[in-house]
Design a protein around this ligand. Structure first.
Ligand code: WTA
Length: 658
């Protein structure tokens, strides 16, 4: 998005946000028992590195102490806890058993069909040890890459921890991504093993995963073995040369495994996220700093009390939220958590609230898109369940509009729970900007304040910090422990994408505003990345998928605002002359094609077949005008168009077509 477009979007959003004066201070009872106090801000401001060092000592178990907290001698390449050694899986599992908490439930797993499993920390230790032994038997070692393509079953967390335990690098690929998306991620990381399942349950039906793996693996020479969990018992094709059943291999392993200490800067995982080009970026996270910030934020932002809380994060492990706030943060804190396999509305819309009631969930972390869906369904549905166990609510993934925030607190939180709106990214690894529930007087719709230890700023085009009451770009001005270390195999892209826009500072790609109190409001992406139901999808990625279809000559994709999903994908497509009018089902055919190329989450909400696209004289597509069309607005300024009549052609074509 160019600056002119960006400014328009920002101003529109700003004008809606100028008058939020509701404030929800913590109750004295909550504040009195909270993990975090206002003193944390002072401590971190006085000496940020000493603050992180204290957290590292108190929250994690290290085999070898670091010689330096932060090495920033070669920016933007950071090293945290230099020379320190630890085992991430030991921190997440074994140490809780050693501390006498082996009987504490780690995971209350709930399958979509209603089956369930309970894993204590002692169970988890045995399972992770077996899986680690199995990986070793398969020839996976320190530094090798393992692709994980699983539904939301305990084996997902177990596989990740088993990799961490032996120092292998996992690359979790969301189970909703296509075979092609899986293949390209396997190739980029040169993974040698895929861990998958026959399928998982989605909306009451088994949904197959193995066929996509078969398709991807057929074109992935780096893959040596495929380890398959049996979940749905559906038929699968089997290739004896590389397919191995989890229950055959893992179940016969010893449940003893001695964790070795790994370097603080050893790579823990790669997780791919959309950038502004068609090629997803492999975000690289390392061990010590990442685990520290995931653990610290999980403890303080959610006020976790491991002995009494039941925590539930509704994300999928395929996204960063699942990495940091289902696997690493909660388990390092010794939390008891719920893990749910399926969709929120199966067998009926109250399923989530049944789960909250059944397990007495006390901390719930979810996304605005889900909250807005529940708002539409009405308060009677949650109203029929006992939600009185809830005491902290969290939101992540996209800006939460103040009305959804207030509804969440009132209807789900019984008008009593703090709500924390947490801003962060795959790249930041952990929460960066958020209220602290026992400290901050919360303001609906605003993520408010950088956490203690984090330094953020909103700056203008020239890189100067904006005064209160103004908008600009969100930047992070100091390195933080869980920051991405690079883009896998592409240091240049890492520098260009994040560190070149503003010298020496991290450019997040989000627009933001500081209100009169200096609180930060996030305004959405300022690049060509859409946010659909909290998932990042690049316009270019969808455009490439569309033009790979034989009927398509050219396409332009925009994110149009959508009441429920935040943004919806709208595609404008010019057909090839040879395709004629494309046939009656062309729109459906193209939507399915995108789902096949990328995954169902990237399916355009709307596809408009048009004769031309609006371009500047230099040939750049003017998405701003297309967004006007997609959002049914009057067209903005068309003067920079090479051919100002194009927009008439488009609207004539559309009105004829409809
Ligand atoms: C957006 C998800 C507003 C933002 C953890 C960011 C948010 C992108 C918030 C990262 C929030 C995330 N308020 N916007 N609380 N949280 N975002 O990598 O645009 O999937 O850049 O990480 O989501 O998405 P990602």
């Amino acid at each position: 998005m160019d600056i002119e477009e960006q400014t328009n979007v920002t101003n529109d959003a700003l004008s809606n946000l100028l008058h939020e004066d509701r404030s929800f201070p913590p109750s004295p009872e909550f504040a009195a028992q909270a993990n975090a106090t206002a003193g944390l801000y002072e401590e971190a401001a006085a000496d940020r590195l000493a603050f992180w060092e204290r957290q590292a000592r108190e929250l994690l178990s290290w085999d070898t102490e670091w010689s330096q907290v932060l090495d920033w001698s070669n920016p933007p390449f950071a090293k945290w806890f230099v020379d320190g050694k630890l085992n991430v899986a030991y921190n997440c599992v074994d140490r809780h058993v050693e501390a006498g908490n082996g009987d504490r439930v780690a995971i209350h797993w709930e399958g979509e069909p209603g089956d369930s499993r309970t894993l204590t920390y002692a169970d988890l230790q045995r399972e992770v040890s077996r899986a680690a032994n199995a990986l070793t038997e398969l020839g996976v070692g320190h530094g090798d890459r393992v692709a994980i393509y699983l539904p939301m079953i305990p084996e997902a967390a177990i596989s990740m921890l088993a990799c961490a335990r032996i120092g292998a690098i996992h690359s979790v690929v969301f189970g909703g991504f296509s075979a092609e998306a899986l293949r390209s991620r396997i190739e980029d990381a040169q993974a040698k093993l895929v861990i998958t399942a026959d399928g998982g349950y989605r909306r009451g039906k088994p949904s197959a995963l193995k066929p996509a793996v078969d398709e991807a693996v057929a074109k992935s020479p780096s893959i040596e073995k495929v380890l398959v969990v049996r979940r749905t018992e559906q038929e699968v094709d089997w290739d004896e040369s590389h397919d191995v059943w989890w229950h055959d291999l893992v179940d016969r392993q010893s449940d003893q495994h001695t964790p070795e200490a790994h370097d603080s800067e050893d790579t823990l995982y790669i997780l791919y996220t959309s950038g502004t080009t068609g090629k997803p970026k492999g975000i690289k996270h390392t061990s010590g700093g990442y685990l520290l910030q995931a653990t610290y934020t999980h403890r303080n932002v959610f006020d976790l009390k491991p002995e009494t809380d039941v925590y539930w994060c509704t994300a999928d492990v395929g996204w960063v939220t699942g990495h940091s706030y289902i696997v690493y943060g909660p388990l390092a804190n010794g939390a008891t958590q719920v893990m749910y396999e399926g969709t929120p509305d199966f067998p009926e819309p109250g399923r989530w609230w049944d789960i909250v009631e059944k397990y007495k969930v006390s901390i719930l972390y979810t996304a605005p898109t889900a909250i807005r869906t529940f708002m539409k369904q009405g308060e009677e549905i949650p109203g029929r369940r006992d939600l009185s166990s809830l005491r902290v609510l969290g939101s992540v993934g996209e800006p939460i509009n103040p009305e959804a925030w207030v509804w969440y607190r009132r209807v789900i939180g019984g008008d009593r729970t703090p709500v924390v709106d947490t801003w962060w990214q795959t790249e930041t690894g952990a929460i960066m900007i958020s209220p602290l529930p026992g400290v901050t007087a919360a303001k609906p719709g605003s993520a408010q304040t950088p956490l203690p230890g984090i330094v953020a700023e909103v700056c203008d085009e020239a890189g100067d910090a904006v005064p209160n009451g103004h908008g600009g770009y969100l930047v992070l001005t100091e390195p933080w422990p869980s920051m991405l270390r690079t883009i896998w195999g592409d240091d240049e892209r890492f520098i260009d994408t994040y560190w070149s826009r503003f010298e020496g500072r991290y450019f997040a790609g989000d627009g933001a505003k500081k209100d009169d109190d200096g609180d930060i409001w996030l305004l959405g992406r300022v690049d060509d990345v859409m946010n659909v139901s909290g998932h990042r999808i690049s316009t270019t990625e969808v455009e490439s998928a569309l033009v790979s279809h034989p009927k398509v000559a050219e396409s332009a994709v925009v994110g149009a605002s959508d009441e429920t999903t935040g943004q919806g994908i709208v595609a404008f497509v010019i057909l090839r002359a040879s395709a004629g009018d494309g046939g009656a089902d062309v729109v459906q055919e193209l939507r399915n094609h995108v789902a096949k190329e990328i995954g169902p989450i990237a399916k355009p909400r709307q596809i408009m077949i048009v004769p031309e696209l609006p371009k500047t004289r230099s040939g750049k597509i003017m998405r701003r005008l297309l967004r006007d069309v997609a959002e049914n607005r009057e067209l903005g300024d068309v003067q920079t168009l090479a051919d100002p009549t194009v927009m008439n052609l488009i609207s004539d074509g559309l009105s004829k077509g409809s």
